[in-house]
Design a protein around this ligand. Sequence first.
Ligand SMILES: Nc1ncnc2c1ncn2[C@@H]1O[C@H](COP(=O)(O)OP(=O)(O)O)[C@@H](O)[C@H]1O
Ligand SMILES: O=P(O)(O)OC[C@H]1O[C@](O)(COP(=O)(O)O)[C@@H](O)[C@@H]1O
Ligand SMILES: [Mg+2]
Length: 517
Amino acid sequence: MDLQLASSPNLHFSSTKTLPFPSRFHKPLPFSTNFTYYKPINYSKNKPLITGYHPIRAQSLNPNSTPSDNDDDDDDDGFVLEDVPHLTNYLPDLPTYPNPLEYSQAYAIVKNTFVSPEDVLAYQIVVQRGSPRGVHFRRAGPREKVYFKPEEVRACIVTCGGLCPGINTVIREIVCGLNYMYGVNNILGIEGGYKGFYSRNTMELSPKIVNDIHKRGGTILQTSRGGHDTNKIVDNIQDRGINQVYIIGGDGTQKGAAAISKEVERRRLHVAVAGIPKTIDNDIAVIDKSFGFDTAVEEAQRAINAAHVEVESVDNGIGIVKLMGRYSGFIAMFATLASRDVDCCLIPESPFYLEGEGGLFEFVQQRLKENRHVVIVLAEGAGQDFLSGSENATEKDASGNKLLLDIGLWLTQKIKDHFTTVKGMAVNMKYIDPTYMIRAVPSNASDNIYCTLLAQSAVHGAMAGYTGFTVGPVNSRHAYIPIGHVTEATNVVKLTDRMWARLLASTNQPTFLNKHE
Ligand SMILES: Nc1ncnc2c1ncn2[C@@H]1O[C@H](COP(=O)(O)OP(=O)(O)O)[C@@H](O)[C@H]1O
Ligand SMILES: O=P(O)(O)OC[C@H]1O[C@](O)(COP(=O)(O)O)[C@@H](O)[C@@H]1O
Ligand SMILES: [Mg+2]
């Protein structure tokens, strides 16, 4: 049912079940939302899903409907729309203009050029008969009316936080999307992350300038951590006459984007703020997967292959490969699943232990006996508890992220000591740390396509007057998601989900669940 909902262009909301929401949510859009009042959603398994920030009834999705149209039809089967803010929330008299795409050659024969205001995407697509329809997000894409005259748009793009493959592709496609689809010529690149708004130069961006940047890793705009000063940034946005802000970055950056969009609202500025989620760790909630993640997993295969070749070629070879993943072990998990040469994958979400029955030492010894070699993949955030007592354990980076200590070096030493000193057995340790190599590469083909969709969706959203939103795929269709929704929780590997079980079944490694004290 929800799949149909996500894809049907002729959607009609009707149902015979009782509506669980009071009629105060029964408002026409896009004037109904006030994102400053969002409350956290509780996704706990035991609680119903319909506890969203801002439940809006199905019948109110169409801006042309009025509350009275809907009063007699008091049922929507538990439908919740987690809507994104719109500039008209605080600037109700903003004029609209026809979307230039109407006359675009590219869209000339497209059946439905514009996304219907009724189109939403279901957050949960695995449902049972009778379960509430649950949370939905607005479908991304071009709207019939835009809230900016193209010749008056002055857009800017900023990149913040750590690198990941594909940032340049997103920059390129925002610039080309604005220019080719909407005729926007005035686009600024803010250099050096958030602090660049007030302490660095800017660069003019045009399709010509960005033409081949997608072939390069990194970000042509440079990036940084720390330095988010909301007032200074918004002052600068005003001073420069910027009215569309495209912010590419991870969880920290998106929190910054939310603060900027709130301040923009407080000052009642005609400025749309769009977030494009970027994280190599895939730790951003709600969206299916972050861009560059597949490229990073692919690149990690080289390191794992190298470790495998090395340890296979010596006696009692033990290879350890450390991959990125501060709090979320997705890269390690997917790199392990992809490789098949990995004996054991260690991630932050699954605490492990070394000694005794079911411990890592016992497992390594057993694999050495069977195969004469072992490959361990380790996420950088795994086993940090072992190092928590050490000096520097509380250091933070400029953004306030905890600096991790090198668990790879620590584990290499521990395993070596155990086998040589305790077991009297010579082992060949090979430690590979490809950390930056997996995120400094250009994005692969599928990530490039993904980045293009993200960029174009962000452009359509901003032009349509949405603000304070993050764009991203939800069940493989692109949606506009309230920023607060993606920053309130970190996406982590759930040990209770089948994916981790699949990994355990693939490596046949210990679960580390049965430690006997
Ligand atoms: N809670 C926050 N509020 C406002 N800005 C933030 C917040 N957390 C991080 N930032 C800013 O976002 C930028 C990037 O954050 P960081 O955590 O380094 O990377 P990422 O966005 O990739 O997670 C930095 O400039 C930082 O100052
Ligand atoms: O050394 P840097 O550049 O601070 O980056 C290291 C960190 O960046 C990450 O890739 C995450 O960065 P983001 O939070 O910016 O996505 C972590 O995996 C890693 O710990
Ligand atoms: Mg982060």
